[in-house]
Design a protein around this ligand. Structure first.
Ligand code: G3P
Ligand code: MG
Length: 242
C-alpha cells in the first residue's frame, strides 16, 4: 500500500520535542542532529491565512502571546517568542511558517509527516492551503510526505485537492467503522495513540493492508515492543538514530 512511500520506524514528534521547543526550526535541527530521518509537525493558519507550525489552537502555552491563533494576524504571530517558555537558551525562537520549514527540511534532507491541525471550523480551508503548498513547494529531493489529521474533513479535502497526496488517518480511539472511514478518506496509514493499541487491533489493521503508526512513544523498550507487535513506525519526543 505504501509503494511510493518509505516511512522510517522512528519519527521525531514535533521535531525533537523533548530537547527543544516543539514545532520550531531548532526542534527540527535537533531531530536531524540526533539521527532522525523524518519529523512530524502540526500546521495551522493564522487569522489571515498564513500557514504556520503550531500544535495548540491558542498561543498561550508555547509562545509569549495570548489567545487563539485563528484571531491573530501573521504580523503579530511573527513577533512572538516560541522558545523561551521551554528554556531561556531558546529565547528569540520564532513560530516557523510552513514555507520556511519546507526550506529547512530540504537543507537538512529530512522527510516529514505533515499533520493538518486546523483551527476550529477551518478544516477544509486549511487542508486546501496545505495541499496546494505541498503541490507547489515540496522539494523533489525529499520523499513524498505523509499528510495526516484527526480531521477527516481535512483529509478528504486535501486528497480531493491533490489526489497524489499520501494520507494518514489519525484516531485517538479506533472507531468501529474505521475501515469505512479509512477507505472514504483514502488513507494509506492508520495513526493511533500508543496507549490504546492492542495486538489484535494492530493485526486487524495490518491484515487490511494498512501500516500502523503510533504516538507518542518515549520509552525505547516500548518502541521495540510495539515494532514486534506489528507497528510500522513510532512518533517520539526523543528521536534516535537506527
Ligand atoms: O501525529 C502524531 C501526533 O502528533 C498526534 O497527536 O496531538 O501530538 O498532534 P498530537
Ligand atoms: Mg501532531
Amino acid at each position: 500500500m505504501l509503494s511510493s512511500l518509505k516511512i522510517p520506524r522512528i519519527i521525531g514528534h514535533r521535531g525533537a520535542k523533548g530537547y527543544a521547543p516543539e514545532n520550531t526550526l531548532s526542534s527540527f535541527r535537533k531531530a536531524k542532529e540526533l539521527g532522525a530521518t523524518w519529523v512530524e509537525f502540526d500546521v495551522k493558519e493564522t487569522e489571515d491565512g498564513i500557514l504556520v507550525i503550531m500544535h495548540d489552537d491558542d498561543l498561550d502555552r508555547t509562545t509569549n502571546g495570548k489567545g487563539p491563533m485563528a484571531k491573530t494576524p501573521w504580523t503579530v504571530v511573527n513577533e512572538l517568542d516560541a522558545g523561551a517558555w521551554f528554556d531561556q537558551a531558546f529565547s528569540g525562537e520564532k513560530i516557523p511558517t510552513f514555507d520556511e520549514t519546507i526550506l529547512l527540511l530540504k537543507e537538512l534532507k529530512l522527510g516529514a509527516n505533515i499533520e493538518i491541525k486546523p483551527c476550529p471550523n477551518r478544516d477544509e480551508r486549511t487542508a486546501v492551503a496545505i495541499a496546494n503548498a505541498i503541490a507547489k513547494k515540496w522539494p523533489k529531493e525529499l520523499p513524498q510526505p505523509l499528510v495526516s489529521s484527526f480531521s477527516m474533513d481535512s483529509l478528504r479535502t486535501a486528497k480531493r485537492t491533490h489526489p497524489d497526496l499520501i494520507i494518514g488517518a489519525l484516531f485517538e480511539t479506533l472507531p468501529s467503522d474505521w475501515k469505512k472511514i479509512a477507505k472514504e478518506v483514502q488513507a494509506q496509514t492508520i495513526n493511533l495513540d500508543q496507549d490504546i493499541v492492542t495486538l489484535e487491533m494492530i493485526k486487524e489493521i495490518n491484515n487490511e493492508g494498512y501500516p500502523v503508526l503510533t504516538y507518542t512513544v518515549n520509552d525505547k523498550k516500548r518502541a521495540y515492543d510495539l515494532f514486534n507487535m506489528g507497528v510500522h513506525s513510532i512518533f517520539t519526543d526523543y528521536p534516535w538514530k537506527e
